[in-house]
Design a protein around this ligand. Structure first.
Ligand code: SF4
Length: 319
């Protein structure tokens, strides 16, 4: 079972595992089985597979498994069922509450981060822990810890664990909105905010286009607003790639779960430019989907293991 987590021997960085891809080529031309003259070009995203934050979290889990330190999570490591099932098979338990974590287990704080209240409880209960909070998320926590008299505006999804962690840590009045419309509603209902000092940050996986719209609205209506773009570099690159690849493809596949915020962003971007399918595994791909297509795009969310993308790539090549 540990095979799944075995790192590449030739590379010492914590982020590389055997289930990461060895395929580097980004564009393929494949002839179809019947040897007709038609060929299909496959446009594979550069950023397919895990992002830095997820790779780092898995490296920490991997080390704990090897040291027989029984890793336990407080919530799934990422929004990807295949990955979470594999981790479960490797003995990674998900605790429903911090209270039920045993003395011989080590809690891995996931990449999304936790609230300060959670951290106090972890310390009170003397739980062994490893902090796998993504550095990009940590950066926002630090920004929100060092504020003057500012009211916090966060562009993101209220229910997402990253946002729950940020709101739970900033310890002051905060507003969360998922788009320009929700932001406008907040401003219309709270006219007193116009004279306040406001800081605006974003969920790391927020839509770049929606962020630009929100910045425009807030900067126009609030005099004293400090804008800090906290969308992470992986999200930025993947969204830009999604736009580019879907614009040059007839059909695109976005690999990942519907529960994954960053995956859904890629899906939303891609479907604006070409027919797009959200798929979890190669089993969902069939010939009909790519029949008569000259160019097929292949993208993945940040929590999708690269080997799933490779499996899909092979299926498309062989259809
Ligand atoms: S999507 Fe960005 S912020 Fe989230 S874990 Fe990955 S690198 Fe970190």
């Amino acid at each position: 079972m540990l095979q799944f987590f075995k790192r590449k021997q030739e590379n010492n960085t914590k982020e590389n595992f055997t289930f990461e891809s060895k395929i580097n080529k980004r564009s393929y031309h494949v002839s179809n089985k019947t040897n007709e003259r038609r060929t299909t070009k496959i446009n594979l995203a550069n950023n397919a597979g895990f992002c830095l934050g997820i790779r780092r979290a898995i490296a920490i889990i991997n080390d704990l498994i090897k040291a027989k330190q029984k890793p336990v999570m407080f919530g799934p490591v990422a929004h990807n069922k295949i990955l979470n099932n594999k981790l479960k098979l490797c003995g990674v338990r998900i605790a429903k509450s911090l209270n039920e974590i045993k003395k011989d287990e080590t809690l891995v704080i996931r990449a999304h981060g936790v609230t300060s209240k959670n951290m106090e409880e972890i310390s009170k209960l003397k739980i062994n822990f490893e902090d796998a909070t993504c550095p990009f998320v940590k950066k926002i926590h630090n920004i929100l810890k060092n504020l003057n008299e500012e009211i916090v505006f966060i562009a993101g999804n209220k229910q997402h664990p990253e946002i729950i962690g940020l709101v739970g840590n900033c310890n002051r009045l905060s507003y969360v909105f998922k788009n320009k419309l929700e932001l406008e509603n907040i401003l219309n209902k709270n006219v007193k905010l116009y004279k306040k000092n406001i800081i605006l940050v974003a969920q790391t996986t927020f839509s770049i286009d929606e962020w630009k719209k929100c910045v425009k609205v807030l900067s126009k209506r609030i005099k004293n607003v400090r804008v800090i773009d906290t969308i992470c570099s992986t999200t930025r690159e993947r969204q830009q790639e999604a736009k580019k690849i879907s614009s040059i493809s007839d059909v695109a596949f976005v690999v990942g779960d519907a529960e994954s915020a960053n995956t859904m962003r890629l899906y939303e971007i891609s479907k604006k430019h070409c027919e797009t399918y959200l798929v979890k595994s190669s089993r969902e791909i069939n010939e009909k989907m790519i029949k008569s297509r000259k160019a097929v795009g292949l993208l993945s969310g940040a929590s999708t293991p690269k080997y799933i993308v490779d499996e899909i790539l092979n299926v498309i090549k062989n259809l």
